[in-house]
Design a protein around this ligand. Structure first.
Ligand code: GLY
Length: 339
């Protein structure tokens, strides 16, 4: 990790910098980062609206048109400054501008630091759904802004904590225990640097094993089959981290009811989420969510598929070698309604 200063990772071949922030991150950090970049390159500073609406075709086109008008060429590096929305849009701009230019991510939210900034998934939304258009385009560097975490409210921090717990549930029981101990004695919802660093290492390792999302990377969707259906059914009234918390509980309970997950681990997961103010019961009925499973990218031939760990800290491939289990709708309903 290089702190959050892009000068530390700047390639002298990059003669231009396109700094892309949203209205919040530009106000908080834009001037500082632009000044740092100006010591290395000519800077074009762009802002997109904060929130999911920033990740649109219109915004991508607006940014690209401004880049063309400013004479940005292949010697440029896009510098994405923000959370998942900014990183996704800016990364996708970099992926397609003049058939692909360099980009670096400066992640300012906990969610982006433990998940979205790492792994090269870039995308925009369309009216038909989230992340439907995008590309894999690996950032040249990922910078984690520790100070930015201090600017986040509890709501934002909880979003990231849900993903951090997911990494622990999938791969690292010790990390889970560390988060448990911290949750019991915490003074804020801001996790220690070591927790963030461990999550980054876990995610980076998974991506290194399966960059194009054809195998083991699917496990990062633990909790997300249910979470995406809840988010769609509630028109995103439930924030992503809360939906992931609900999803991990429902999916782990499904595995427990199938005899492939220990009941005590489900209880521990519920207790940890509870201690951090994350929900453990689905926010809508199963029947309200059911139509939305069909829109999940993991659904194939109408089969609902989930990534199900064997216990806290360990996930193994299914008997057919895949990392997703096809689940029965009746079993999912039972797990959903058992709260
Ligand atoms: N957030 C899931 C992935 O990067 O694959």
């Amino acid at each position: 990790m290089h702190g959050s200063d892009p000068r530390n990772v700047w390639d002298p071949a990059w003669r231009q910098a396109v700094l892309i922030a949203d209205s919040n991150t530009d106000r908080l950090f834009g001037a500082r980062v632009a000044a740092q970049l100006a010591e290395r390159a000519k800077v074009l500073r762009m802002t997109i609206p904060a929130g999911e609406s920033g990740k649109s075709r219109e915004q991508k086109g607006r940014v690209e048109d401004a880049m063309i008008a400013a004479g940005i060429d292949r010697s440029a590096c896009v510098v994405a400054l923000g959370g998942g929305v900014v990183l996704d849009l800016a990364g996708f701009v970099a992926a397609t501008y003049m058939r692909g230019i360099a980009h670096i991510n400066i992640a300012t939210t906990l969610l982006a630091q433990v998940d979205a900034a790492i792994g090269g998934k870039t995308a925009i939304n369309t009216p038909a759904g989230k992340n439907l258009i995008g590309a894999f385009h690996q950032p040249r560097a990922v910078l984690l802004d520790g100070e930015a975490l201090a600017s986040l409210g509890d709501h934002e921090l909880r979003n990231g904590l849900a993903e951090a717990i997911k990494h622990a549930v999938l791969f690292d029981r010790t990390l889970f225990e560390t988060i448990e101990a911290w949750a019991a004695s915490r003074v804020s919802l801001r996790p220690a640097r070591e927790v963030v660093a461990r999550c980054v290492a876990i995610k980076a390792d998974v991506v290194a094993r399966d960059e194009r999302d054809g195998g083991v990377r699917h496990v990062l969707n633990h909790g997300h089959t249910v979470a995406h259906a809840i988010e769609l059914a509630t028109e995103h009234a439930v924030p992503h981290g809360q939906a992931v918390a609900m999803g991990m509980i429902v999916e782990s309970r499904l595995a427990m009811q199938a005899g492939s997950y220990p009941a005590e681990d489900l209880a521990r997961l519920g207790a940890l989420l509870d201690a951090l103010g994350l929900p453990t019961a689905a926010a809508c009925s199963f029947d309200d969510a059911l139509p939305f499973f069909a829109r999940d990218k993991k659904t194939e031939d109408a089969a609902i598929r989930c990534a199900l760990p064997a216990r806290i800290g360990h996930i193994a491939p299914e008997p057919d070698g895949s990392w997703l289990r096809t689940v029965d709708i009746a079993a999912l309903r039972r797990a959903w309604c058992a709260a």
